[in-house]
Design a protein around this ligand. Structure first.
Ligand SMILES: Nc1ncnc2c1ncn2[C@@H]1O[C@H](COP(=O)(O)OP(=O)(O)OP(=O)(O)O)[C@@H](O)[C@H]1O
Length: 738
């Protein structure tokens, strides 16, 4: 039994904020604060309620239910719910559950739900050599009296210097182990298993001894706020160019907070992609860091949750959900790469933004929030210029140890209509013994397959998008619903045989490069080739050691890599994503280009970056080529002001999804009509209702999707109390327009 509440008062206050801001139910709002997998971990125990001995009240129940209840009464103790349900009907859990619900409703059974803590420690059984040897045991004949399995096991135990681990093999060992134990040839030892925290990639260098002047200034401002709760605002935007040492500022600020007895939450956009960060935090706070990783098993996350709750971890590193870790005394929250859309939960309610939730947490707890980025979100930057956050700047890269400046890479924009300069740059980079990172925002071999005869494209039958082709597996894969099929020999429309690959993806690029540089080890990082943190850590190891010379990949390669030997970075087709019907397309492209460019020239040798594009004059590309945030921001903020988009207004999208397109259109048609009428009646001319329009893609997994967009300063008040149709979801402050 857990006597204290699982969610403390701070968690409840945050849940209330989530519920109001993102329009979700109280349970949805509190769910992120509950221990991971608590449903699976919870125990319900049943006791018969003393008193109603008259089993006549049971007449309307099944016979098996009556019998089970009687047995529960007779046993005079509590039962696990599952045991009781099985007695009622082992084959029909739903029927049994309904019967139980009625028993509880009638007051015949009391149900108590508790959430047991994980056992304080888990142990592993090891076999070690025993005190007897063959000779000392039963004389010379002993070995012959043993079966082969015993002989093999004994040899294995004697060979395993650190003890023979029986985990996973226990049932196989069975009698052989027992026999050896009995004869004293082996002995048992139970060793405590420490919770597994992903180690990440250990840092290559020791922590720097001195901060740069800009780092020291930034750190002083943050520590002043940590020391004095009256410093307002409590939030900082750390705007530092790539390689300016933002991480070091975070780590020292965390150490300061921890030194004052507080806990720290360090958010990263995608924990699996940041093994270097995990490695650094583990190195700086050995044994005191908890890493929350969605690829840990539910059990492991549950254990980490309790470690944090029990105050055994000072620093929690994790993705957006780590914000809700049960840190009882949070002193600082770091939001690294705060511009990343991954901070928005858009898979299930509550559709929260972790950066905004961190600010809400800070307002309620007095904690300090540090948001860092080389390319801050336009809205965050705007708020900082208006004094809502302190603005801290790291305008230059950390200089070399000998004091020489480390320049930002020299970026050239290559107009793909005229020239292809990348191969020469790659040749010279490899000749100089350096490494290169190539980014292409498209995985697979081909973006789509097109028939040369009729022009038809092979589309997924459940989504209104083309299948991508993956040559390695020889399959067509839908990147929206993951449906797969074999590549047909003939065009499904005209039966022609000339189906061709269109639009190269990372797989094609890697294979072309391998043909061009047969002796060079090439790493490919995308969600097809890197599926778990262990693979990523191994690949990181090959890059750090210099074994791999070229890295090709999707967005995974743009995030936070700090490899000093990389002197060339390239964006293979910057246009992808630039022309999406989303007002943030320019911002996304700018951030991505700067991040990719920023991977080059972080060591002793200056770097260069190449951006290939068909639109060299686009303002986002032009600004990225100068790595000039101010120039980009100046243009972008004026466009936002002109269009009335965030930060000048807030948005909410209402997405309706249904199997029938008519149902979708009808639902949204009626909704928009009634909301417009209500808005007029209520005199609310401050909210625009835009749409309905089809989402992009319009159909996913067989369901049609259309949306309404609300735009205004007080969206929240407008939505308050309005009912939302069942087939619609509301996403307040969306970061992507569906
Ligand atoms: N004061 C310092 N003295 C020497 N080296 C430093 C100092 N601060 C940071 N570094 C080193 O500089 C490199 C770049 O730092 P870091 O990765 O923190 O930059 P960043 O601003 O987070 O970059 P990005 O935004 O590109 O991820 C790292 O190798 C780090 O160890």
């Amino acid at each position: 039994m857990e006597p204290s509440p699982l969610v403390g008062s701070l968690g409840l206050e945050l849940a209330e904020w989530l519920g109001q801001t993102y329009r979700c139910s109280p349970f949805e709002a509190v769910a992120p604060a509950l221990p991971p997998g608590f449903r699976a971990q919870q125990r319900s125990r049943l006791t018969a309620v003393p008193g109603p001995e008259d089993s006549g009240g049971l007449a309307s129940f099944r016979e098996s239910t009556r019998a089970a209840w009687q047995e529960l009464v007779d046993s005079a103790r509590a039962w696990e719910e599952i045991t009781f349900l099985k007695r009622i009907d082992p084959n029909h859990a739903n029927v049994a559950r309904r019967e139980l619900q009625r028993l509880v409703g009638r007051g015949l059974v009391r149900k108590e739900v508790s959430l047991p803590r994980p056992r304080s420690h888990r142990y592993r059984r090891l076999l070690i050599p025993g005190q007897y040897t063959d000779a000392g045991e039963e004389g010379e004949s002993a070995p012959q009296t043993r079966g082969t399995r015993q002989v093999e096991l004994l040899a294995a135990v004697r060979e395993a210097a650190a003890g023979y681990d029986t985990t996973g093999t226990a049932s196989l060992l069975g009698s052989a182990a027992d026999a050896l134990l009995q004869r004293g040839l082996v002995a048992e030892e139970w060793r405590r298993v420490e919770p597994e925290t992903p180690a990440g990639v250990a840092p290559a260098n020791p922590p720097p001894k001195h901060l740069t002047a800009a780092q020291a200034d930034a750190l002083n401002s943050i520590t002043a706020a940590l020391d004095d709760p009256n410093v307002l605002p409590r939030s900082f935007l750390l705007h530092g160019v790539t390689g300016s040492g933002k991480t070091e500022v975070y780590l020292r600020a965390i150490a300061h907070a921890v030194g004052r007895g507080k806990q720290a939450i360090y958010l990263v956009p995608e924990i699996a992609l940041t093994p270097q960060t995990v490695g650094i935090v583990n190195d700086r706070f050995p044994g005191r860091a908890a890493v929350l990783h969605h690829r840990l098993t539910e059990r492991q996350r549950f254990e980490e949750w309790w470690r944090i709750r029990d105050g055994q971890a000072d620093v929690v590193v994790g993705p957006r959900s780590a914000l809700f870790a049960p840190a009882l005394n949070p002193g600082i929250v770091i939001v690294d790469e705060e511009h990343e859309p991954a901070y928005k939960q858009d898979e299930h309610p509550p559709y929260y933004h972790a950066r905004d939730a961190a600010l809400a947490l800070a307002r309620r707890s007095g904690a300090v929030v540090v948001m860092g980025s080389a390319t801050p979100d336009v809205s965050t930057y705007y708020e900082a210029t208006r004094g809502r956050h302190h603005l801290l700047r790291l305008p230059e890269r950390v200089p070399h140890p000998d004091g020489r400046a480390t320049p930002l890479p020299d970026v050239s924009v290559v107009d793909m209509r005229r020239e292809l300069r990348l191969t020469e740059a790659l040749d010279s980079t490899l000749e100089a013994g350096r490494q290169a990172i190539l980014f292409l925002n498209r995985r697979g071999s081909a973006a789509f397959m097109q028939c040369r005869d009729c022009g038809g494209v092979i589309n997924c039958s459940r989504c209104s998008v083309a299948y991508a082709f993956h040559r390695e597996s020889g399959r067509l894969i839908c990147h929206y619903c993951n449906r797969q099929r074999r590549l047909p020999r003939a065009c499904p429309q005209c039966r022609g045989g000339r189906i061709r690959e269109m639009g190269a993806g990372t797989e094609t690029v890697a294979s072309h490069l391998q043909q061009r540089y047969p002796d060079v080890t090439i790493e490919r990082w995308d969600s097809d080739s890197v599926r778990n943190p262990a693979q990523l850590e191994a690949a990181m190891g090959r890059l750090s050691s210099g074994e791999a010379r070229i890295l090709v990949g999707t967005q995974m390669v743009a995030r936070g890599l700090d490899l000093p030997n990389v002197t060339l970075s390239a964006v293979l087709l910057a246009d992808l994503g630039l022309n999406l019907p989303d007002f943030r397309a320019g911002e996304r492209a700018f951030a991505l280009l700067c991040q990719v460019a920023g991977r080059a020239g972080r060591g002793d040798e200056p770097g260069r970056a190449i951006i290939q594009t068909y639109q060299p004059d686009h303002y986002a590309i032009a600004a990225a080529s100068e790595q000039d945030y101010a120039a980009f921001y100046g243009i972008e903020i004026e466009a936002r002001r002109h269009q009335g988009n965030p930060p000048f207004n807030r948005l909410a999208q209402v997405v309706c999804s249904d199997l029938s397109i008519r149902a979708v259109q009808q639902t949204l048609g009626e909704l928009v009509e009634s909301w417009r009428e209500q808005a007029v009646r209520e005199g609310r001319d401050d909210v625009d209702i835009i749409g309905p329009t089809p989402c992009l893609p319009e159909r996913v997994r067989g369901r049609y999707r259309w949306r309404l967009l609300l735009r205004g300063r007080r969206i929240w008040q407008f939505l308050e109390g309005r009912s939302i149709p069942r087939n619609c979801r509301v996403d307040v402050d969306p970061v992507r327009l569906d």
